[in-house]
Design a protein around this ligand. Structure first.
Ligand SMILES: [Zn+2]
Length: 437
């Protein structure tokens, strides 16, 4: 928005991040939340306000997806060329490592646009991507950030460095992280939607020498890491100790999965201040097990929630996290842990990494706001909001979304995007990628 007028979303049921205000108006001025006003806001004396009537619908802060893989967007429906995988390493070898070697920069840019569209419709306004394209390394993060910035979605990017395709691919991966992170440092101000981390695939595909090189570069750039940890038993051999020794873990590092970490591992991970992102849909699909969330919480690990590219829909991921947590605990009760991931922990993670107040609606916070096509059929209060999320919001779509004060989804559509054209180009790119796969 170039003008200084306000956008007022009136007549909404507003979840601020900590409670429900009903009815209420959310007032956006420039790039931030000006106020959440109970009842009806007074019109600006000078006029010129842009007023949106929420019609009694739900308004929330944008959700944050703490771990996703945009590069998997064109894999939907892909046919395998090998016998079906029987374990986690075969899933990587027969699907994901074949796919990432088939990608080109055009397919990566299209994947970003498709994943951004699906994320916005799911109320996700910030995503932390973990990218791999081992035959199209150079320029891949640039292709991603251009597409995501054009649509206007907040993003943190990194390239998954790995030794699995030999030293040249590993070196290029390091260079791509360094180039992207250096670009962010020299462009601060111009690209405020973008942040970066230093990406690592997982310790079991990285040599000590490569880990050491990554640590040197990341330290020089002041960057933390984004790395898969103990997703499967194949990645458990002293993995936390190894990452600590290599200087990878710390408050600026996002670890993902942690399915096979025991109590001691979780304690050592917690002591480093690293984040651990839970991705239950992907874990269940790959049959790698269920993360010990209660043990992680008792060890004071900083937990968050991500989709691992399985979906763009974080509300659905939260529902599945809730179901898996109940199922593995053998208890139907609501522990409060899963809603705290969706409402608070992911917001804290994103606020830390972006240096902005994200995931909350209060004066001064970034204006990342979602108006859901959800009108509750039963009373909705602060006390029962999680119940509405599980049984209602999960089936709703975002109608309108603002990020950084700009409208990025308008009645379910991205302004200026020819969606038919995007889908046609995605299908054609998918055919090309699947042929190479
Ligand atoms: Zn992942």
């Amino acid at each position: 928005m170039s003008d200084r007028s306000r956008t007022i979303i009136r007549n909404g049921i507003v979840f601020t991040g900590s409670g429900i205000v009903d009815p209420a108006a959310v007032v956006i001025r420039d790039r931030v939340i000006d106020a959440v006003i109970p009842g009806e806001p007074a019109a600006h004396p000078g006029g010129g306000d842009r007023v949106i009537d929420a019609g009694g619908r739900l308004v929330t802060p944008g959700w944050i997806n703490a771990h996703t893989h945009i590069y998997s967007a064109l894999a939907r429906g892909i046919g395998l060329k090998d016998p079906p995988p029987a374990n986690f390493v075969q899933i990587l070898e027969r699907i994901w490592w074949r796919l990432d070697r088939a990608l080109d920069l055009d397919a990566i840019a299209l994947s970003a646009r498709l994943h951004a569209l699906e994320s916005l419709r799911a109320g996700v306004t910030t995503l932390f991507d973990h990218h791999a394209s081992q035959r199209a390394v150079r320029g891949s993060l640039g292709a991603l950030t251009r597409s995501l910035t054009e649509i206007g979605i907040r993003h943190s990017l990194c390239f998954e460095v790995s030794d699995r395709d030999g030293p040249d691919a590993a070196r290029e991966g390091i260079e791509e992280n360094v180039a992207f992170l250096s670009g962010l440092l020299s462009n601060s101000g111009g690209r405020d939607l973008a942040r970066g981390l230093f990406g690592l695939h997982a310790a079991f595909t990285l040599s000590d020498a490569t880990l050491a090189r990554c640590a040197v570069h990341a330290r020089a750039l002041g960057a933390g890491f984004h790395v898969h940890v103990a997703e499967d038993a194949a990645d458990t051999f002293r993995v936390v100790d190894r990452l600590i020794r290599a200087g990878i873990l710390g408050e600026r590092t996002i670890c993902v999965h942690g399915v096979h970490l025991d109590r001691d591992d979780l304690g050592r991970l917690a002591a480093t201040g690293s984040w651990l992102v839970h991705c239950p849909e992907s874990n269940m699909n790959n049959a790698v097990g269920a993360a010990r969330l209660d043990a992680a919480e008792r060890a004071s690990v900083r937990l968050a929630l991500g989709t691992d590219g399985f979906t763009a829909d974080l509300t659905r991921e939260a529902l599945v996290a809730h179901l898996l947590h109940n199922h593995t605990n053998g208890k139907p009760g609501q522990s409060g842990l899963i809603p705290s991931l969706l409402f608070h922990q992911n917001a804290a993670l994103a606020s830390e990494f972006f240096g902005l107040s994200l995931g909350v609606l209060r004066a001064g916070a970034a204006a990342d706001v979602v108006l859901w096509d959800y009108r509750p059929p039963t009373p909705l209060t602060t006390a029962n909001f999680w119940g509405h999320v599980l049984f209602g919001v999960v089936s709703a779509r975002a109608r309108d979304v603002w990020i950084d004060g700009r409208p990025v989804l308008d009645s379910g559509r991205i302004p200026g995007m020819d969606e038919e054209d995007l889908l046609a180009r995605c299908r054609s790119a998918a055919e090309r990628i699947w042929e190479r796969f």
